[in-house]
Design a protein around this ligand. Structure first.
Ligand code: KG4
Ligand code: ZN
Length: 379
């Protein structure tokens, strides 16, 4: 079976094609078009602008993805412009692009379309959903809606299909910070989550205060790596580790950002040494809290597997410090982290998740009922 997956929940336009044979995954393509260059100018993601970029890019990402998978065939697909226009009535520009695409290429050999339906930025989610509806209709293929958080977890199943449960997942992204108990695929319980800012959001906001470009997570990580571990470089501020000792599994990162703001206001000479030192301390404060709370959940629930996912899990220091704790404290479990390009948003995570939920497919005649849900929960 071949799954074509569409991911547009934030600022990456992702389209992947996954082939599954006897339960084995074969990635045919995983294309991501990043909007970072655009959002960098404004220091963050504006949903309306991100939506426009998805509309502009999604057809060319699809073409690249089909081409890479050797599934792009000249010819033409079924066209009923009126029906397509009604599906895409709010996206006239996308409508034109899809029509010219469908006129040029034949139905590809795809069995299932997957699309992220939440959580995420609602206008962005709608572009992916409407695109999926249009393709479903034109190609007569069913659609599986996918939860983005579950995608960040199940992308780890690409190379490890034999997962031991219970598992604990830490999903850390620009919009979410959640510790999730997993008893099996589809059986989730959120044990705790952030009460305010997400970890990635905290990285991004602290980076902005320090005058670093968007997205701040990788920028802080780069600077922190330069600082090394010298005490001197951290001496500019000792930042709080909010909620690190509470008995629940919740987080709070907005106080950390405020502490960075106050510390920054006191420093006159914001030289390189200051910035690298602050970057190191911000990163360490976030890591300390994430590691401590996650390992508490691992112990409390006797987890056999620990899974990381989401953009922040691309952070090398976070991975290293988890590994170090697991090794030195003698935890006996499997530790799964996606490669960095699968930590951040991509279509493959959506494809893998759709495979596990293929029985939830919606027939082409019923895809009109699919909706974006910006606040979709995993349980
Ligand atoms: O999962 P993701 O790509 O999008 C959302 O679903 O939000 O996560 C994006 C977040 C951003 O906040 C970004 O700064 C952060 O992940 N991020 C990182 C790193 N790479 C991306 N944070 C820390 N260190 C990194 N290396
Ligand atoms: Zn994400």
């Amino acid at each position: 079976m071949k799954i074509l997956a569409i991911e547009t929940s934030c600022d990456d336009t992702g389209i992947a094609i996954l082939e599954v044979k006897n339960g084995n995954f074969n990635v045919l393509s995983n294309m991501v078009s990043s909007q970072i260059k655009i959002h960098k100018k404004y220091g963050g993601v504006f949903p309306a602008m991100a939506k426009r970029e998805h509309q502009k890019n999604i057809v060319s990402v699809l073409i690249k993805s089909l081409k890479k998978s050797s599934l792009l065939k000249s010819g033409s697909s079924k066209l009923n412009p009126d029906k397509l226009q009604s599906i895409l009535e709010r996206e006239p520009e996308l409508y034109k692009k899809i029509v010219s695409f469908l006129k040029k290429y034949k139905n590809p050999d795809i069995d299932l379309i997957a699309v992220t339906n939440g959580p995420g930025l609602e206008p962005c989610l709608w572009v992916g959903i409407n695109f999926a509806k249009a393709l479903s209709y034109a190609w007569n293929i069913p659609v599986v809606p996918v939860n983005h958080i579950e995608g960040h977890i199940l992308v780890n199943f690409l190379d490890h299909k034999k997962i031991n449960f219970p598992a604990i997942a830490l999903v850390v992204s620009g919009g979410h910070t959640q510790i999730i108990l997993i008893k099996g695929v589809g059986k989730y319980k959120i044990l705790g989550e952030t009460r305010d800012d997400a970890a990635g959001e905290c990285f991004d906001k602290c980076a902005k205060i320090l005058g670093l470009p968007y997205p701040g997570g990788p920028e802080i990580a780069k600077l922190a790596a330069k600082a090394g571990l010298s005490r001197e470089s951290r001496a500019f501020a000792k930042l709080p580790r909010p909620m690190i000792n509470t008995k629940d599994y919740d987080f709070s990162f907005s106080g950390l950002k405020t502490a960075v703001l106050y510390a920054d206001q006191k420093v006159k000479n914001k030289n390189k040494k200051y910035k690298t030192g602050m970057a190191l301390e911000v990163q360490q404060a976030i890591i300390d809290v994430l590691v401590k709370k996650t390992l508490k959940a691992v112990r409390d629930y006797k987890a056999k597997t620990l899974i990381l996912g989401g953009g922040v899990s691309a952070n090398k220091e976070l991975r290293r410090q988890f590994n170090y704790q697991l090794k030195t404290k003698n935890y006996k479990l499997n530790f799964l982290v996606p490669p960095a390009n699968l930590s951040t948003d991509n279509g493959l995570m959506t494809a893998i998740t759709a495979y596990f939920h293929r029985n939830k497919k919606v027939a082409p005649q019923k895809v009109a009922t699919l909706r974006a849900n910006a606040n979709l929960r995993i349980n």
